[in-house]
Every structure is written in structure tokens, then in C-alpha cells.
Design a protein around this ligand. Structure first.
Ligand code: ZN
Length: 190
């Protein structure tokens, strides 16, 4: 979930901000900074594509276009959601939180230990904390969110000593597509 101020910065960002990174992604070592290549597979792109579909659906509802899916240990999508803040009149109805709730309900467990979350935008601090609470194994996200993100920016939730579960984090998965959806969404609103 991002704010309009995010776009004010973001929309003026040059395409060169994202050189040859389509679908490449990188693992973020949040404590030490070096970046690694993620365990990329066709499935990784498949799951992010599903999250991007949810982002587009969110846009069609007039929501900030962010989408998320949660995949279980067998590689099945067990939950998918897009932002529903306006639709549900709920400031916490971010795609990640909705997907976490749906996955926990589907599994009948408050812990999603062997599950991975794919989301089109860097999670905010609220969602990052929820990801830690859910004990998700891995987080894959698309575009970075310098203004509202809480993983690689801002609160850097997983890097804090008060964070008791740190998922593996991979940023930049399909980020060009995710950023394009956000940019298009806000372009028609100015
Ligand atoms: Zn959020």
C-alpha cells in the first residue's frame, strides 16, 4: 500500500532506475546489504504473475493496485488478494494482510511456516510485521517503495531486534510490471 506522495516521486523516476531487471530479482540481506540471486524458477514468475493479476483487479475496483498470493509447501496457491481498503472501508485491508488471513483460514493454522508470500510492492511496516507473525518462509516482492515500504526502507521491520522471525526476502521480482501497473493507475488520476 502506498500513498500519493509515493507516486509524486515514483512517476518522475526514469526507466533507467530499473535496468534489465525484468523478473530477475535479488535476495536482500537486510542485515548486511549484499544482494544475491534468488532461487528463481518458472514457478516464481508464475506466482508473481498471479499477484500481478490481483493488482490489476484491485485497480479495476479503484484501489491502489497491489496484489499478493500465498503458496504452500507443495507449490499450490492457497490464498490470493488485492487491496480492498476503499472497497471494505478498512485501512488495514492491504493485499498481504488479506492473503495472510485467507491462508491461515485455509490451513486452519495461525502459522504459515512453510509458505511463501508473493506481493507486487514492497510491504509496508504493518504487513511486514504480519509476515513475521505468520512465520512465512519467504517473501518475494516486486517494486520497491521508498516512501511507504517497511522492509528495505523506513522501519526495516525484519532488521529490528524486536523482530523474532525473519523470512528470506527477495525483492525486484517482476518489478517492472508491478511499477508499470502503479504508474498507470496514478497517471489517470492526475
Ligand atoms: Zn501493507
Amino acid at each position: 500500500m502506498i500513498s500519493l506522495s509515493w507516486l509524486a516521486t515514483r512517476s518522475s523516476v526514469r526507466a533507467s532506475t530499473y535496468p534489465d531487471c525484468a523478473g530477475e530479482g535479488k535476495r536482500l540481506d537486510l542485515l548486511r546489504a549484499p544482494r544475491h540471486r534468488p532461487p528463481m524458477t518458472g514457478k516464481t514468475n508464475h506466482f508473481m504473475a498471479a499477484a500481478l493479476d490481483e493488482a490489476r483487479l484491485a485497480a479495476s475496483r479503484g484501489e491502489v493496485p497491489v496484489g499478493a498470493v500465498i503458496v504452500d509447501a507443495e507449490g499450490r496457491i492457497i490464498a490470493r488478494a488485492g487491496n480492498r481498503v476503499i472497497t471494505d472501508r478498512d485501512p488495514t485491508a492491504h493485499a498481504e494482510l488479506l492473503a495472510i488471513r485467507a491462508a491461515a483460514a485455509a490451513l486452519g493454522s495461525e502459522r504459515l511456516a512453510n509458505c511463501d508470500l508473493y506481493v507486487t510492492l514492497e510491504p509496508c511496516a504493518m504487513c511486514a510485521q504480519a509476515i513475521a507473525f505468520a512465520r512465512l518462509r519467504r517473501l518475494y516482492y516486486g517494486a520497491e517503495d521508498p516512501k511507504g515500504g517497511g522492509v528495505a526502507h523506513g522501519a526495516r521491520v525484519f532488521s529490528q531486534p524486536t523482530c523474532h522471525h525473519r523470512p528470506e526476502v527477495y525483492g525486484g521480482i517482476g518489478e517492472q510490471a508491478a511499477a508499470a501497473i502503479l504508474k498507470d493507475f496514478f497517471a489517470v488520476r492526475r
